[in-house]
Design a protein around this ligand. Structure first.
Ligand code: PFF
Length: 445
């Protein structure tokens, strides 16, 4: 397997993994989940989940992936044919496809808003209000599918280019630009009169919200989704990682980069929302209904809005690329398919699978799975069940099934305190936290 591609540099690898982690989750999802769950106290819990649950799994995924030098299923191959552990790899691949099918739809909304903001069309619809603008758009039949297809085509183009020439190059360019954009937007938001209330919402905790069990579920769910663990992305990206990259520092860079991005996005969003006296608990609509209204009302808002929706679309693209690479790596390895063919075919399958989500606010709005429409049901199913289940399997596999000495040496944490602490987190705290969350999610079904 010496012909297997590898990242060209440590920096390129880190930017690609941060690109996988930073996405709609940090901007669109973080802002509304933090808004709904009380702001600062939620932020504190979320950071705790990233550190104690998310980071250990990122390390485990990278270590397993690098050791296997294969795809998501190969990471568990050592467990032997027919072993139940191997399903973890398959669930990861299946989950990546399922996420991508609806994630691309939301990314398509972001792209539509970016094009609208850049051409000015988004700013002339104020009269009808963004609530009806957004609802009319997503209730459409052709448009959401077309934007979904456009985002998928972009992801296919990047992944077909290969690990170095496609994925790494795009992330090297986009990630520094996105970091600068989010910082600039945050500074701009802070300069608005009345922004202090938003800063307080995000940083001065009201601990009473910690009495609600849903807040814990939301914090752990957000940590998982935002980091992108449990979907075999880091298993796959880790498999292109040469031996001489320091694994623990890379994992810390991913976790810190991802959390910082979410916090700075919060600083860009909440001060603006509060400065204009808008309710922060709008839910998933926050980015698409509340924010355009905010941009419309603020000086320089048309430019800030265009830049914001560019950020949202580009951040979504780099995460889509990482999700697409999971099944592509698998097809290339197992079916000996050429990369561009595999990418095109899988892209086409995801395009079709995403159509019900794209239509779930329009012609298919009557279809409900439990309480949810199609897109929301897939999101809830994946984020609340599939993702935690794969994460728990990875934690248990590395914690209990894999030889301890191998786990410690592959993770490069060694036999010292750090290594032992990581190993125990995987053995006990991580699985317990995940089971608690699964039970809680099941109880609210
Ligand atoms: N981490 C991405 C985000 O925050 O938008 C979403 C994501 C990417 C989830 C990759 C899962 C994944 F495997």
């Amino acid at each position: 397997m010496s012909s297997r591609e590898q990242w060209s540099s440590r920096q390129g690898f880190i930017l690609a993994t941060i690109g996988a982690a930073v996405g709609l989750g940090n901007i669109w999802r973080f802002s509304y989940v933090a808004g709904e769950n009380g702001g600062a106290a939620f932020l504190f819990l979320y950071l705790l989940c990233v550190l104690l649950v998310g980071l250990p799994i990122v390390i485990a995924e990278l270590a397993l992936g690098r050791r296997a030098q294969g795809d998501a299923v190969a990471a568990f191959e050592e467990a032997g044919d027919g072993s139940v552990w191997r399903y973890a790899g398959w669930i990861g691949v299946f989950g990546a496809i399922a996420i991508l099918s609806y994630y691309a739809v939301i990314a398509g909304w972001a792209l539509k808003y970016f094009v609208g903001a850049a051409t000015g069309a988004l700013w002339t619809t104020a009269a009808e209000g963004y609530g009806s603008y957004f609802k009319t758009f997503i209730a459409n039949t052709g448009e959401p599918i077309a934007w979904h297809a456009a985002m998928l085509a972009a992801a296919v183009y990047v992944v077909a280019g290969g690990v170095r020439k496609g994925i790494e190059v795009v992330n090297r360019w986009l990630m520094p630009i996105l970091a600068m954009i989010i910082i600039a937007l945050a500074l701009f938001a802070l300069s608005l009169p009345g922004s202090g209330a938003g800063v307080r919402f995000l940083f001065s905790p009201d601990w009473s919200v910690l009495a609600k069990p849903e807040v814990y579920v939301a914090a752990l769910g957000q940590a998982f989704f935002s980091l992108g663990v449990g979907m075999a992305v880091f298993l796959t990206y880790g498999s292109y990682m040469p031996r001489n990259f320091r694994l623990p520092t890379s994992a810390v860079a991913i976790a810190v980069g991802d959390a910082l991005f979410a916090i700075v996005a919060g600083v860009a969003i909440f001060p603006a929302v509060f400065a204009l006296g808008i309710d922060p608990t709008a839910g998933p609509e926050l980015a698409f209904i509340t924010l355009p209204q905010v941009f419309l009302q603020m000086p320089g808002g048309a430019l800030a809005g265009a830049v914001f929706f560019f950020l949202l679309s580009a951040a979504a693209l780099t995460s889509m690329v990482s999700l697409l690479e999971v099944p592509v790596a698998m097809a290339v390895r197992r079916l000996k398919c050429q990369r561009w063919k595999a990418t095109g075919l899988i892209g086409a399958i995801i395009l079709v699978l995403g159509i019900p989500s794209a239509l779930s606010f329009g012609v298919l709005a009557h279809i409900k799975i439990g309480r949810h429409g199609i897109l929301d049901a897939i999101d809830a199913g994946v984020s609340n069940f599939l993702l935690p289940i794969t994460a728990i399997l990875i934690a248990l596999y590395v914690g209990w099934r894999l030889d301890k000495a191998i786990a410690l040496s592959e993770s490069e944490l060694g036999e010292g305190k750090l290594g032992v602490c990581w190993h125990w987190l995987l053995r006990a705290l991580v699985p317990m936290a995940i089971v608690a969350i699964l039970l809680q999610s099941a109880s609210v079904l």
